[in-house]
Design a protein around this ligand. Structure first.
Ligand SMILES: O=P(O)(O)OC[C@H]1O[C@H](O)[C@H](O)[C@@H](O)[C@@H]1O
Length: 517
């Protein structure tokens, strides 16, 4: 089959949405599609059950409801329906009041800045949306998404004299994530050091009854918005987590939700040829042999979609990166995701993509329209938009010629509607892929191990602090005194020395380094 014929027969086109998915360069064979039929049938059934409210996250005993967020009528009962519609109405009213100045900072004027404190699913969605759609944002938006003190300082410096006009959103589904709590405490301290009443600037988005919820209530924060347990962090961008900031920024959230709802509707089709999300999942399966053998390289050819790959990294990797399948077998599933933007990366890593190790498939994201208004000619009759398109088409072809597969997703423009659409597309592809490989995409047991180890380190650090009294001591001395592992103790000592709590004199090896207060 010629490439042109293959293009025509491998395209899913939603003309009314201005959307196409082109799998022609994925080399999906009829045999593969035939072989996958039973799995595809199961994936469709699983999705129907999930959307009907079945407990699709068995380990945590939870329903998986992010698809209801953009069409509350699909919620399985009235309680859940009102858990969607009531916060939506409340957040619209709240953002309206903030933007009209009815809710205002205590020291006068209007809120002009937004500081979002959150991490993972409680930050990546808002970061992507602000970057993609926040061009005319009503509030300049900043993020605390780590417990790195210099990162926090840098953000506070950027806010500078605008602190008295800054609204702070503290976002945490669990309400107990340490990085977010630390960011909140640092923000609070900074407001207080500027003689500002933090509570009058602060809003919480969190599960009812969480530590954060209780803290916000006890301290009389401006308000709180709920998060429900049937919405996962990495799929929360269409819940209060993504919608409160977007509404405050003046982004058309109804259109954002409508774009997602439209993609959901299309990809409920039980006919594979019409179901872009299911076909996308099949493309991933074919590329990586159903085992994630190939990485997913995301290349959006539009600067405003530059954070999409980072957003997808969590959505795909936290959902699909699992040790066990649903039957308890060890499978070590996952698909590695990375990317940045085209054509910028043609000058960075496309060399390896074209000539190096064949361990990936690319996804080109094409935005058809270059810009509003006229463009100059950079060459005779040629504009910058023509170049961008030329690089996309050229790279796609060059990769295929050297045996590298790729997917191309096209949308007309970057708008709230189309961004809603492509997020929904990937959310649904992740759900389908999880069924194809028989895993739970909605829990994240592996994340806990790192958190527990961090807590253990903090306990050890305090033991080391207590044991380091005056004299020159080695890591071995303190390890013995505190009954800890010498390497762990050594790293604690180096940390204390680097932060001015101890001094370190180096010996021939770390074991001979001496520390004192
Ligand atoms: O919203 P939070 O409860 O603070 O969680 C923030 C993030 O932290 C965790 O470690 C999870 O792995 C993520 O899925 C989650 O989005």
């Amino acid at each position: 089959m010629s490439n042109w014929q293959s293009y025509n027969s491998n395209l899913t086109r939603y003309s009314d949405l201005g959307f196409t998915l082109d799998l022609s360069l994925m080399d999906l064979t009829n045999d593969f599609l035939k072989e996958m039929e039973p799995k595809v049938d199961r994936a469709i059934k699983d999705m129907v059950a999930l959307e009907a409210g079945e407990v699709a996250n068995p380990d945590e005993g939870r329903m998986v409801g992010h698809y209801w967020l953009r069409d509350a009528n699909l919620a399985p009962n009235d309680t859940i329906k009102s858990q969607i519609t009531e916060p939506l109405a409340a957040l619209k009213e709240f953002s309206e009041k903030v933007l009209t100045g009815e809710i205002a900072p205590p020291n006068g004027g209007r809120f002009e800045n937004l500081l979002i404190v959150g991490i993972g699913g409680s930050a990546l969605g808002p970061q992507f949306i602000y970057d993609a759609l926040g061009e005319d944002s009503k509030l300049d938006t900043y993020f605390f998404d780590n417990t790195d003190p210099t990162g926090l300082d840098r953000t506070l410096r950027a806010i500078g004299g605008g602190l008295n006009k800054t609204l702070v959103l503290v976002v945490s589904k669990s309400g107990g994530t340490p990085e977010t709590r630390n960011g909140m405490l640092e923000a609070q301290e900074f407001f207080e050091s500027e003689k500002l009443d933090f509570a009058k600037h602060a809003v919480a988005i969190t599960g009812e009854g969480s530590k954060l919820f209780n803290y916000a209530t006890e301290h009389n924060w401006l308000t709180t918005f709920p998060m429900e347990d049937w919405v996962g962090g990495r799929t929360s961008v269409m819940s209060t987590v993504g919608l409160v900031p977007a509404a405050l920024q003046g982004i058309d959230i109804d259109s954002f939700l409508a774009g997602a709802a439209a993609m959901d509707k299309k990809t409920r089709s039980q006919n594979l040829a019409d179901n872009a999300a299911l076909r996308l999942a099949l493309g991933w399966y074919a590329a990586g042999n159903g085992k994630g053998e190939k990485d997913m390289v995301i290349l959006p050819y539009k600067d405003s979609l530059g954070l999409f790959s980072k957003y997808l990294q969590q959505l795909v990797m936290e959902s699909l990166g699992k040790e066990h399948d649903l039957d308890g077998n060890v499978v070590n599933q996952g698909i590695a995701v990375y990317g940045n933007k085209g054509s910028t990366d043609q000058h960075a890593y496309v060399q390896q993509l074209r000539d190096g190790v064949k361990n990936f498939f690319a996804t080109f994201i094409e935005v058809r329209k270059g810009r509003d208004g006229e463009s100059i000619e950079v060459d005779p009759s040629i504009t910058t938009a023509d170049y961008l398109q030329g690089f996309l088409r050229g790279t796609r072809k060059a990769l295929y010629e050297s045996g590298r597969n790729s997917i191309t997703i096209s949308i007309n423009e970057v708008t709230p509607f189309t961004v809603g659409m492509i997020i929904a597309l990937y959310e649904r592809a992740v759900s389908f892929y999880a069924s194809l490989v028989n895993i739970n995409a909605y829990h994240q047991p592996g994340v806990e191990a790192g958190k527990k180890a961090a807590t253990t380190f903090l306990e050890l650090l305090n033991q080391v602090r207590g044991a380091l009294t005056g004299w020159d001591k080695t890591a071995g001395d303190i390890a013995e005194a505190t009954d800890n592992n010498p390497e762990d103790v050594y790293h604690a000592l180096v940390h204390l020395a680097a932060n001015g709590e101890a001094t370190q004199s180096e010996g021939a090896t770390p074991a001979e380094d001496k520390f004192k207060i």
